[in-house]
Design a protein around this ligand. Structure first.
Ligand code: G6P
Length: 438
């Protein structure tokens, strides 16, 4: 085992970076990071410098010898890195705003990882991540790629299918959030529960919950239907679930499932929210302005509480736990996006799934969970087909493949609307989709 570690974080100027730094500081004894390289593009220089300076103050205050490097040159940062984390947003929040607002004109959900917005975020992101993969192959072939960049499931799928990198893990804060929410509902510490997750990223279900080894799923469902679910993410409106539906389903769905099971309520809610406060991208922009003002304060040397206004709570916990377990060959169980390899029966073994895995120094070993219940299998398969077509379109820049992906997405009502949406979004995002402008 190497005694010191080099980590490169691409999209290092993100407002989430202090989360990551805090996580690394807290685990320093078992995760001896000597160098952390925060990398960003020219447009992100100012943010990188502000957040980088805060990161330096944080490690100094904590008294840990992590050297923080800021770089605009990805190659230098990747050279001999042990872990590469990716958290970038192609086109920044302006592009997200288009993904969230244009579909609404067609009475379609406008969301950054679901429906037409998710498709376009994938089309913009996948060529960039594949480029990073080529650099990893050349500059740090033994490194693990830990991706949080959304749509994380589609991105993991694309890396598995279209790059030579096999050491890749896609991460989401969603399962940790659900686990904590369930523990809260049960009034117990998370260490006493085991939650069996299965599905795809942003389409995952807590299939079974065990408390001290006893299956307590019915109790959890009952509590969830009685109370406010308490398991919502900050970025998704908590409109409650129909108790009969949820009890019959018998599993805890991630909040993103609301877009599929409660489409009309969520659409109305989105329209009202946009009229009142703008799209989520605009809300996040305001939060970011506030955060970066705080980050500039030279007296600040810790993660400010205000970061909790973002949807990515616990994301550093997910990231740091994963890196820690790979590095220390911990063999604990975490929920990550990885090659299915037969764990979820009925889903292509080569596809990415979000599932519980044993985390070893060889990476995640997915735990067999059997087939998905019939009630959700169809939707999950549809989304997997959508993700595969989207990834193919992102790589080839083929209009027809993109149209197919858009049309089969369950949130898009017809081929006609799919066509119109595709054309309008292609035009709006032209600057970040060179593969379609050949
Ligand atoms: C959730 C999701 C993340 C997503 C985030 C958005 O936590 O799991 O994948 O990035 O929300 O939060 P934001 O504050 O950007 O709307």
């Amino acid at each position: 085992m190497k005694k010191t570690l080099k980590i490169a974080t691409i999209g290092g100027g993100s407002s989430y970076t202090p989360e990551l730094i805090e996580g690394f500081i807290n685990r320093y004894d078992e995760l001896p990071i000597s160098e952390l390289w925060l990398v960003d593009v020219e447009e992100g220089r100012e943010k990188l410098e502000i957040v980088g300076a805060l990161a330096k103050r944080m490690v100094e205050k904590a008294g840990v010898p992590i050297e923080i490097h800021l770089a605009m040159d990805r190659e230098e940062a990747l050279n001999d890195a042990d872990f590469v984390t990716t958290q970038f947003r192609v086109g920044r929040l302006e592009a997200r705003m288009l993904d969230e607002s244009i579909p609404l004109k067609y009475d379609v959900i406008g969301q950054e990882t679901n429906g037409p917005g998710g498709l376009f975020k994938g089309l913009r992101t996948i060529p960039v991540i594949l480029d990073i993969c080529r650099d990893i192959e050349r500059l740090c072939p033994d490194a693990w790629l830990v991706n949080f960049t959304n749509p994380a499931g589609m991105v993991t799928e694309a890396v598995l299918r279209y790059s030579n990198i096999t050491k890749v893990v896609g991460l989401c804060n969603g399962p940790i959030g659900i686990e904590k929410g369930i523990a809260k509902e049960l009034g117990v510490d998370t260490s006493r529960i085991y939650v069996e997750f299965a599905g795809l990223n942003h389409m995952v279900f807590a299939k079974n919950v065990y408390l001290d080894g006893k299956n307590v799923t019915p109790t959890v469902m009952e509590k969830m239907t009685k109370n406010e679910d308490g398991i919502s993410l900050k970025n998704i409106a908590d409109v409650g679930w129909d108790p009969l539906f949820l009890n019959t389903l018998g599993m805890v769905p991630i909040g993103y499932l609301r877009y599929y099971y409660q489409t009309s309520i969520m659409l109305a809610e989105q329209k009202a929210a946009v009229a009142k406060e703008g799209t989520r991208a605009e809300v996040v922009k305001r939060v970011e302005t506030e955060l970066f003002e705080l980050y500039k304060n030279l007296d600040l040397a810790e993660k400010p509480k205000q970061l909790e206004q973002r949807g990515g709570a616990y994301y550093s916990e997910a990231a740091c736990n994963l890196i820690h377990s790979i590095y220390n060959d911990k063999r604990d169980i975490q929920t990550v996006n990885t090659r299915n390899n037969g764990a979820v029966a009925g889903i292509d073994p080569d596809s990415a799934v979000e599932v519980n895995c044993v985390i070893t120094s060889q990476g995640p070993i997915p735990l067999t969970t059997g087939p998905l219940p019939i009630a959700v299998n169809g939707l999950v398969q549809s989304i997997k087909s959508f993700e595969r077509l989207a990834a193919e379109a992102a790589v080839t820049g083929d209009y027809n493949t993109a149209l197919l992906a858009m049309t089969i997405n369950p949130l898009v009502p017809s081929d006609e609307v799919a066509h119109q949406l595709l054309d309008e979004l292609l035009e709006a995002h032209q600057a970040y989709l060179p593969q379609f402008n050949k």
